[in-house]
Design a protein around this ligand. Structure first.
Ligand code: ADP
Ligand code: MG
Length: 390
């Protein structure tokens, strides 16, 4: 699950990360009122969407007065913001963050990720922060500095300070930078994040010297841990999420929508991955990943059909079920029941394997349903690809 920048900043701030004063607004009236309250020299108005690269797309604007904040908010709210991360359709902006702006001297990058090879958290930093960190990672990976965190110890101050030194953070700010890194680490662990990024982490000029502050923040959370974090679950913005993925989550189905046209209904995540691979091997494109789970019932199968068919891209459905604990005859009856309930207008390819498979196939053959039976995974994928091509 993702949250907006303003929400990520609330979480980080609660863990001691230095962020600028600011509030979120849904109207230009609210934006102006927030600016009046902040009462500073320079303001920044930032579109709140679940995508980065907003600056490039015109979703981040500086303002010198509350009146100018209102003008920018007026322009940004309601715009269909296109950034390198939104795809060509862009995203509708419903909220803006109005914050104090800073006099930036340097923009750094700070991130916390899970290194799956090492099974450890890694704190990463780069002096080349700002908007193009992906490009830095791809072309100049040596510019990204790392500290691997021992899970038994956590992030000790010396490691954070080391990264601060490596990033050439001014001496007077090193301890403050280290505290900020430890705050990021604590936020990551306490909220069960899967990714945390501060880009840019800015060295700013202030009246009495310099400061270090998070100008942007991005947090992703581990969905499997959300049950422990009601307050984070409450930050979910349904407008930003795929409606079908949300619905699937409610009914216990693992569903991820994709760009292709072959709807897939499979039991077991591994089989679902293999099915998607084989569809691609045979020249097709899956419309989704869908794992109906080991104990699929007629209800879950019906629900899954509804989800798949609600996607207007779908031109054929491939059902690939391995009856292990579930028996194939039960599954066959479930499919027949489900197909009767939903309005199936596209070809349906079914591959069954496992316990009572012969009985299951017989039930499907006798059902009078217009379906394409397949033996084996590869043949099933091939038939689904053909069905779309016809
Ligand atoms: P995105 O990553 O979506 O483009 P950012 O929040 O990183 O959005 O903003 C883009 C750029 O805007 C930053 O790299 C920074 O130069 C500038 N910026 C963002 N917040 C502030 C701020 N509070 N004060 C001054 N400049 C800012
Ligand atoms: Mg950014």
């Amino acid at each position: 699950m993702n949250v907006h920048e303003y929400q990520a900043k609330q979480i980080l701030e609660a863990h001691g990360v230095n962020v600028q004063r600011g509030e979120v607004a849904a109207t230009s009236d609210e934006a102006e009122a927030i600016a009046r309250q902040l009462n500073c020299q320079l303001y920044i108005v930032k579109a709140q969407i679940h995508a980065g690269g907003r600056g490039k797309g015109g979703g981040v604007k500086l303002a010198k007065s509350p009146e100018e904040v209102r003008e920018h908010a007026d322009a940004i709210l309601g715009m269909q913001l296109v950034t390198p991360q939104t795809g060509p359709a862009g995203k509708l902006v419903r909220k803006v963050l109005v914050a104090e702006a800073s006099d930036i001297e340097r923009e750094l990058y700070l991130g916390m990720v899970i290194d799956r090879t090492d099974s450890r958290l890694v704190l990463m930093g780069s002096e080349e922060g700002g908007v193009d960190i992906e490009e830095v990672a791809a072309t100049r990976p040596e510019k990204i500095l790392k500290q691997t965190i021992d899970p038994a110890i956590g992030l000790p101050a010396f490691q954070a300070r080391q990264l601060a030194f490596d990033l050439n953070i001014p001496r007077e700010l090193v301890n403050k930078a280290a505290d900020l890194m430890i705050g990021l680490y604590n936020a990551f662990v306490d909220s069960d994040c899967s990714l945390a990024e501060i880009n840019p982490l800015a060295i700013t000029k202030t009246d009495d010297g310099q400061d270090i502050v998070a100008l942007d923040a991005k947090l992703n959370f581990d969905d499997n841990a959300l049950w422990e974090h009601e307050e984070i679950g409450a930050m979910r913005d349904p407008n930003e999420e795929d409606a079908r993925e949300l619905e699937a989550g409610k009914s216990g189905l693992s569903y991820i929508s994709l760009d292709g046209n072959i709807g897939c209904m499979v039991n077991g995540a591994g089989l679902a991955m293999a099915t998607m691979d084989l569809i691609q091997l045979h020249g097709g494109e899956p419309a989704n990943f869908l794992d109906v789970g080991g104990g699929a019932t007629t209800e879950t199968v019906t629900h899954a059909f509804r989800l798949i068919l609600a996607d207007e891209k779908v031109q054929a459905v491939l059902v690939n079920i391995f009856g292990g604990i579930m028996q194939c005859d039960v599954i066959a009856n479930g499919i027949i029941e489900a197909v009767k309930q939903v309005d199936l207008t596209v070809p349906l390819v079914v591959r069954l394997e496992g316990t009572n498979v012969e009985l299951g196939k017989q039930i499907l053959a006798d059902s009078g349903l217009n379906l394409i039976a397949a033996d084996g995974l590869s043949e099933a994928a091939q038939k689904a690809v053909q069905a779309v091509a016809n």
